[in-house]
Design a protein around this ligand. Structure first.
Ligand code: GAR
Length: 188
């Protein structure tokens, strides 16, 4: 009971299929978890990840018009539900400097590369094309520059000769799931 009350409340922002979200939800339901997923916000009405929120009876909201409306809605909800941490999990929009200033809680992002290498999109394709030996994922704080905030956890994996962007993405996603939990627990 004690632990339940002291668990940090997390809002997860998504745009897509939500495997990171689902993994965070599953972990948060364990007694040992230091956090609970309180809210899910999506900027896409058809984001697959919304089903995980529904299945687990987590409050979820869609703001799929302009990003300004998403941010306005998010600011209200974060204050209303006393959220402690925001986690971006496959959230494919850039948050404005206004939002980052307004929200006084940590914002974490997960990115599928070994930052500072390969900021931005299509990381797996670019890692293979550049013939990198390793790739991986990074959980970092969000700041005003794309994929540039302070690193919290980074995990790496060897790129195999036979890897395609798809196979690499699949293997890295598994690492992402571990990395996100480690990162959250580290900052709590
Ligand atoms: C993940 O690979 C995540 O690192 C990436 O989108 C995927 C979302 O998967 N995020 C970015 O590229 C952000 N720039 P998921 O919806 O299954 O969690």
């Amino acid at each position: 009971m004690e632990r339940l009350n002291s668990k940090k409340k997390i809002a997860v922002f998504i745009s897509g299929k939500g495997s990171n979200l689902n993994n965070l939800i599953k972990y948060s339901q364990l007694n040992k978890s230091l956090f609970k997923i309180e809210l899910v916000l999506s900027n896409k009405a058809n984001a697959g990840g919304l089903k995980f929120a529904e299945l687990n009876k987590i409050k979820n909201y869609i703001f799929d018009k302009e990003i300004q409306l998403f941010e306005k809605g998010a600011i209200k909800l974060i204050s209303k539900f006393k959220i402690d941490i925001i986690c971006l999990a496959g959230f494919m929009r850039i948050l404005s400097p206004y939002f980052l200033k307004e929200v006084k809680i940590p914002i974490l992002n997960i990115h599928p590369s070994l930052l500072p290498k390969l900021k931005g999109l299509n990381t797996h394709e670019r890692a293979i094309k550049a013939k990198y030996k390793y790739s991986g994922c990074t959980v970092h704080f969000v700041n005003n520059e794309l994929d540039s905030g302070k690193k919290i956890v980074q995990k790496k994996i060897k790129i195999l000769k036979k890897d395609t962007p798809r196979s690499l993405a699949k293997r890295i996603l598994k690492l992402e799931h571990k990395a996100y939990i480690e990162a959250i627990e580290k900052i709590i």
